[in-house]
Ligand binder design. Structure first.
Ligand SMILES: Nc1ncnc2c1ncn2[C@@H]1O[C@H](COP(=O)(O)OP(=O)(O)OP(=O)(O)O)[C@@H](O)[C@H]1O
Ligand SMILES: [Mg+2]
Length: 232
């Protein structure tokens, strides 16, 4: 079964056409990278999947079920089994790391008796258990990145959307966290849709690469096929 499907999706912001006829499918436990230059529509695709936007035409399906259609959101973001990590992270600054995770669990109506075990296990896995009581401003960039990852995963989503999550980090930390994301995925078995404009990052992370260009899909294939396509 396809976990995510966009069927002939078009979307414009006012006059500006952001996506034209985008059709894509992501299978269970796939690792897909959406690659393309600034302004090509990558974040827009993620917003559609997360449920912050509805297409102008076409539809979006999750786990085979339509979640939005022309001008209509059928399933709101909080009812979708989707985790999100955006470039600006958007950890709630007034809450501690644990507070950020608890907030999600409360919103998702997870019984309070499960909170401690869930957050504990995840913070351990990410190596930030000793930072649980700090606020985001008291963390380094890489630690904030891990906290944002923990927050996205604490609801145990089937699909994780990541929008250039490592682009603000230096090269070494970027490499290290990439490895960590891949390792976490092996452990927790979520499907990954990762957005970047960086080819090297895309080749490292992807099983399949989708290249977006000015709102349309220009290419889809394995990293090897993508390399050949870029070279041609
Ligand atoms: N809220 C908005 N209102 C108007 N235009 C928008 C809005 N959001 C995005 N756009 C436009 O839609 C197009 C696609 O934007 P999008 O954010 O999806 O690009 P992107 O590929 O994520 O770019 P970047 O790599 O810079 O993040 C761009 O031309 C952008 O200017
Ligand atoms: Mg973007």
């Amino acid at each position: 079964m396809n976990l995510v499907e966009l069927e002939s999706v078009r979307l414009s912001y006012g006059q500006a056409q952001a996506l034209e006829e985008v059709t894509l499918r992501i299978g269970e436990e796939e690792r897909v990278v959406l690659l393309g230059p600034s302004g090509c529509g990558k974040t827009t695709v993620l917003r559609l999947i997360a449920g912050f936007l509805a297409p102008d035409s076409g539809r979006v399906l999750l786990e085979g079920r339509p979640v939005s259609g022309p001008g209509r959101i059928l399933v709101p973001p909080e009812k979708r089994n989707v985790g999100l990590v955006f470039q600006d992270l958007a950890l709630w600054p007034h809450l501690t790391v644990r507070g950020n995770l608890d907030f999600v669990l409360r919103a998702r109506k997870i019984p309070k008796s499960e909170w401690k075990e869930r957050t504990g296990a995840l913070l351990d896995l990410l190596g930030i258990s000793d930072l649980a009581d700090r606020k985001p401003a008291q963390l380094s960039g890489g630690q904030q990145q891990r906290a944002a990852l923990a927050r996205a995963l604490v609801q145990e989503p089937r699909i994780l959307l990541m929008d250039e999550p490592l682009s603000s980090l230096d090269y070494d930390l970027n490499r290290r966290l990439r490895e960590e994301i891949l390792r976490l995925r092996e452990r927790l078995r979520f499907t990954l849709l990762y957005v970047t404009h960086d080819r090297e990052e895309a080749f490292h992370i992807a099983q399949r690469i989708i290249v977006l260009s000015r709102g349309s899909i220009a290419f889809q294939g394995t990293p090897e096929e993508a390399r050949a396509w870029f070279d041609s």
